[in-house]
Design a protein around this ligand. Structure first.
Ligand SMILES: Cc1ncc(COP(=O)(O)O)c(C=O)c1O
Length: 394
């Protein structure tokens, strides 16, 4: 073993010692509601496929049709020969859905945040190190983007517009370019940023507001448009409620043009393949008409929160289809996850560093594929007295 590998092994051992080691499980899925893992079948409460679109016939048919007509890959980056004529009409539809003048499709949501933020925060273009005001629970990919740009973040308390206002006031006289970065729906808490207040602060401090709308696009907002209407720049993904894969930026034409000229993730990465573009195109077509599914999912989450709170479970500040059950230690969370598994229910435990220490949790997500009885069963198993005693005792 070379020296570096010994270090990697030591890292893995220490993660294991803290109950934080992760590993990959092979999962089989034949529908949007259930998964099979190691021979067992489970109702899946850990999927971001909020509308169940992964198995929607329109998406699948268009994906197959576009693979047959246009090939399985795009063959090159968009600036070389990969900018297939499929992109332009999809980006126009996407821009309309997001209420922005322009949109640009990227490789993934993670890649969009990491690469787009690096380009937007580029000091050599902005003329100075920008001031970045960021919610302290923003997704890891947003941190990657800031780190890649070499900029420090000024963190404000989670969803606390008053704290953001104080920090902005402290930098009132500073004329360096200002940015505010937040998610709309937070991925691990299912709460919603106070976007109206944040947008007002952005306007009064001449800051650019960038919103990651990953967990709202398709499932929340008018016609599934998401919650990012007041943002200057929206970053998003097709991998969650839109049921396929890929990321996007919705913005002004100037920002889109700038990214095409400056963003490494656009310039040096192969364009998304036609089958994926087919699924994206179909999802954007049908999502606006899925109000009944959105209302159904919202009701499932409300029903679950009421049942969980009645059983004195801590569901944090959730108000969306994502509902955490915060159990504290990794051990308690792993034990509860195992208990659910024994009852045929799947909820992956989420542990630090994905969430702050002391707040390990089950992160439950409700989807249009769930049945009412699934929620009843989930509440029943989670609130069974011996389950909770066991989870606490470990
Ligand atoms: C808030 C947020 N942004 C971005 C991403 C990354 O998106 P993708 O899965 O498309 O890479 C995620 C997914 O985990 C997310 O939760």
């Amino acid at each position: 073993m070379v020296g570096s590998e010994r270090r990697y092994q030591a890292f893995l051992d220490s993660r294991a010692g803290e109950g934080l080691r992760r590993s990959l499980l092979a999962v089989a899925a034949r529908d949007a509601r259930t998964i099979s893992v190691e021979g067992g079948s489970y109702i899946n409460f850990s999927s971001n496929d909020y509308l169940g679109l992964r198995f929607n016939g329109t998406l699948i048919d268009r994906s197959i049709a576009w693979a047959r007509s246009y090939g399985s890959g795009s063959g090159a980056s968009r600036l070389v020969t990969g900018n297939l004529d499929l992109f332009q009409p999809i980006e126009a539809k996407l821009a309309r859905l997001k209420g922005k003048p322009a949109a640009l499709i990227m490789a993934s949501g993670f890649q969009a945040n990491a690469a787009v933020l690096q380009a937007l925060l580029d000091q050599s273009v902005l003329g100075a190190e920008p001031l970045i005001f960021a919610d302290r629970l923003n997704h890891a990919s947003m941190h990657f983007g800031c780190q890649a740009a070499g900029t420090r973040q000024i963190r404000y308390r989670h969803c606390d517009a008053a704290h953001l206002g104080e920090l902005l006031n402290r930098h009132q006289g500073d004329d360096r370019p200002k940015f505010i970065l937040t998610e709309s729906v937070f991925s691990m808490d299912g709460d919603v940023a106070p976007l109206g207040d944040i947008a007002a602060l952005a306007r009064s401090h001449d800051a650019c507001l960038i919103v990651d709308d990953a967990h709202a696009t398709g499932i929340l907002g008018q016609g599934g448009a998401g919650l990012s209407g007041e943002a200057d720049i929206v970053i998003g993904t097709f991998s969650k409620a839109l049921g396929s894969f890929g990321g996007f930026v919705a913005s002004s034409e100037t920002v889109r043009d700038y990214l095409i000229n400056r963003c490494g993730g656009v310039i040096y990465s192969t364009a998304l393949p036609p089958p994926v573009l087919g699924a994206i195109d179909a999802a954007i077509d049908i999502v606006p008409s899925m109000n009944a599914e959105r209302a159904y999912v919202a009701n499932l989450a409300t029903k679950f929160r009421a049942g969980a709170r009645a059983a004195a479970l801590d569901t944090g500040t959730s108000v969306t289809q994502i509902v955490p059950v915060i159990l504290g230690t990794p051990e308690a969370t792993l034990a509860m996850s195992e208990r659910l598994k024994q009852a045929g229910l799947w909820a992956t435990s989420i542990r630090p560093p994905t969430v702050p220490p002391g707040s390990a949790r089950l992160r439950l997500a409700f989807t249009a594929a769930h049945q009412q009885a699934d929620i009843d069963r989930l509440i029943e198993v989670l609130s069974a007295k011996d389950a909770r005693l066991r989870a606490r005792a470990v």
